[in-house]
Design a protein around this ligand. Structure first.
Ligand code: BTN
Length: 277
């Protein structure tokens, strides 16, 4: 897929301290290269383009603005300049590939922990990877991968965090659903500080993933889940809407729902549309 408008790929130097970010990353093995743009269609698209280069891996792609930001379930992800963190990481893990969906839960977990550390808040996680504050979504994760037969070609973890939007910045249909960190702490939040914290937390989760420490990821995730055990949730899936009681998540990141006394169902992908508080 050729998606790049090369003219839009200018470095962000005025409103985002790219030097400080390069410096932070250079001291850590998790990310080997950083690409920062003022404007791009989608950092996930750019990561896909980069993935065609055989040796490109462990690359962080960040843009101040996305013109075609993509969300899960083919939704648009609105990514205005100066207001958020829109970034993707290109990775090529060689282990535990059958458990990649758990990494998408881990990415949401990493963002939640970063928000806790930087802002002293208690974000909640909505399966699979939404981060909520005061019941509103402040972060979403789009994990994309490509396999040739059993071999992974690439993995892209795309993360969007609403940092400094005001309520009026959200379109009417999102006003009750989406929020930003600024709306909660009532002041602007330093995007670079948050990003470096997210990267540190992601590094931990990725290390746990590669070393098969799935329980650590699951238990940390469950501590923050937005609904309690046995709460009835409804999920939109490819098979239609499924309603059941939340039981657990498994080491594959799947949701375990109890449908009847002795019947449980594993849900691999979908969107939770309703749950009891
Ligand atoms: C969701 O629907 O919850 C996932 C949203 C993911 C948005 C991020 S922003 C950076 C990266 N580039 C994209 O086009 N999407 C992801």
């Amino acid at each position: 897929m050729e998606i790049l408008n090369k003219e839009s790929m200018t470095d962000v130097t005025d409103d985002f301290d790219s030097e400080a970010l390069q410096k932070f990353v250079s001291g850590r093995p998790f990310i080997k290269d950083v690409r920062i743009f003022r404007k791009i269609d989608s950092t996930n698209n750019y990561a896909k383009y980069l993935a065609k280069q055989k040796n490109a891996t462990d690359v962080l792609i960040l843009s101040d603005r996305q013109t075609l930001g993509r969300g899960r379930a083919s939704k648009t992800w609105i990514s205005p300049p100066g207001k958020g963190l829109w970034f993707s990481i290109l990775l090529r893990p060689d282990k535990n590939l059958e458990k990649l969906p758990l990494l998408s839960l881990g990415a949401g977990l990493a963002v939640a922990k970063a928000i806790e550390n930087v802002l002293n808040l208690n974000p909640k996680l909505k399966w699979p990877n939404d981060v909520l504050l005061s019941g509103r979504k402040v972060c979403g994760v789009l994990l994309e991968s490509e396999f040739s037969f059993e071999k992974l070609n690439y993995l892209i973890i795309g993360i969007g965090i609403n940092v400094n939007q005001d309520s009026d910045d959200f379109e009417n249909n999102l006003k009750d659903l989406a929020g930003s960190l600024k709306m909660v702490v009532k002041r602007s939040v330093d995007r670079l500080e948050l990003l470096t914290q997210v990267l540190q937390q992601l590094e931990i989760v990725y290390h746990q993933f590669l070393h098969s420490q799935f329980d650590s990821i699951c238990s940390e995730w469950k501590k923050r889940v937005c609904f309690k055990e046995n709460v009835v949730v409804s999920i939109r899936t490819n098979e239609g809407i499924i309603t059941g009681a939340f039981e657990d998540i498994d080491a594959y990141g799947r949701l375990i729902l109890r449908l009847g006394k002795s019947e449980s169902k594993l849900i691999q992908s979908g969107t939770i549309i309703n749950w009891q508080l």
